[in-house]
Write a protein that binds this ligand. Structure first.
Ligand SMILES: Cc1ncc(COP(=O)(O)O)c(C=O)c1O
Length: 399
């Protein structure tokens, strides 16, 4: 396997990086990335096997540890996000669980945003609590609350920005400064933006996690995840966990994700174009005055921060209706948008977070996360924008 020369990487924009970084070629000189579907790798001799296991010699051993197709995805992600190293995982939750379990120990303390994906909250409340890791939950945008939650044993801050599904933000640079003042690791979930729209590491975060299942694949096909950060920390602490516990990305999914990354910048521009148009049009709808949440609207309480730290405002928007009945009538009235618990697909998707993605949260956790009964989340797709709007407008007549 030969890797192409990436010395120009620093000068490349994100579209070029997605296409030309992480290009591994075999002696077959294939143009499109090869898919290495193999669980293990062979050795020339028993002594070579010993030497590779003893790390005296480099090379692949077993695909739970490393695989060339997975390595290509990892390199592309590191190049896009601006991190030294990426570790790929089987899903976004595998990435988050790996970060928690490899970097936190009994007696440590985690400060977790209240507004995170439901499974992240559940993981902290169950597994981390059982392990003896203290968890404090704070309002995402309230920097004073983050400061007050710090204890001498605080090891990690974890947040999503924008948060799923509330689209609340945190000032990444300010939170990173607070984390640095106290020697705390800041980990950010960058799923809603992808590296095309927001670069948390450049703003001071120490590590990012991704559900590659979302925009990175972008076509609703496979699960995947990524952890991006400093080489030393990832290789010393996180990689040994992956190697032994095995939440590794499959080579097939890595291949699909590499193909997804090749069109990421194009897709993200169109997602943003469509979502901006839909958000502005719906904000004018008489039924929806003050009920459209989108970081690109001047009415978003953190619009100015969004302009500062995001390149554009993303493909997800929420409508905040009064009741669950209204939310269900809107969702059931849609003809084009499909009801599903995913986001970041080519097609427009709709979700009722309170009874699905955040349905297993304790009622007080759900309310604190801002997931009200009337909240409807749209992941705006790549269709003709007039068709998306016609669909939502006709469904609104039934609310
Ligand atoms: C913000 C965010 N983080 C993490 C996840 C988990 O990702 P996965 O479903 O790939 O495990 C999701 C899934 O919806 C998400 O929206």
């Amino acid at each position: 396997m030969k890797k192409t020369d990436n010395t120009d990487l620093r000068h490349w924009g994100s579209a070029t990086r997605a296409l030309h970084s992480g290009v591994w070629r075999s002696e077959q000189r294939e143009n499109s990335l090869a898919l290495f579907l193999t669980s293990s790798y062979i050795f020339e001799s028993a002594d070579q096997a010993r030497a590779v296991f003893a790390e005296e010699e480099g090379g692949n051993i077993y695909s739970r540890f490393t695989n060339p197709t997975v390595a290509a995805f990892e390199e592309k992600m590191a190049a896009l996000e601006g991190g030294e190293k990426t570790i790929a995982t089987a899903s976004g939750m595998a990435a988050i669980a790996t970060v928690f379990l490899s970097l936190l120990s009994a007696g440590d303390h985690l400060v977790l945003s209240r507004s995170v994906f439901g499974s992240t909250t559940n993981l902290a409340n169950s597994v981390l609590a059982r392990m003896g890791v203290g968890v404090s939950r704070v309002a995402l945008s309230d920097l004073e609350a983050w400061r007050k939650a710090i204890r001498k044993e605080t090891r990690m801050f974890f947040a999503e920005t924008p948060a799923n599904p509330t689209l609340e933000l945190v000032d990444i640079a300010a939170l990173a400064q607070l984390a640095n003042e106290h020697g705390i690791l800041l980990v950010l979930d960058n799923v809603f933006c992808t590296p095309c729209l927001q670069l948390p590491l450049a703003l001071g975060a120490h590590m990012t996690v991704h559900s590659a299942t979302k925009y990175l694949d972008g076509q609703g096909r496979v699960l995947g995840g990524a952890i991006v950060g400093q080489q030393e920390l990832l290789m010393k602490k996180v990689f040994p966990f992956l190697r032994n516990a095995g939440p590794s990305l499959s080579p097939f999914n890595a291949w699909v994700l590499c193909k997804g990354l090749e069109t990421l910048s194009l897709r993200m521009e169109k997602h943003c174009d469509n979502a901006e148009k839909v958000a502005h049009a719906l904000a004018q709808h008489p039924l929806l005055t003050g009920r459209v949440r989108y970081p690109g609207l001047a009415s978003h309480p953190q619009h100015e921060l969004a302009q500062r730290q995001m390149r554009r405002f993303g493909g997800v928007l929420c409508l905040e209706l009064e009741t669950r009945e209204q939310a269900y009538r809107l969702i059931d009235g849609l003809r084009l948008a499909t009801i599903t618990a995913n986001l970041g697909d080519t097609r427009t998707l709709v979700t009722h977070p309170a009874t699905t993605t955040h349905g297993k949260l304790a009622p007080q956790d759900r309310i604190q996360a801002g997931v009200t009964d009337g909240l409807v989340r749209f992941s705006i797709g790549l269709e003709d924008v007039e068709d998306i709007l016609d669909d939502i407008n006709q469904a609104l007549q039934q609310v």
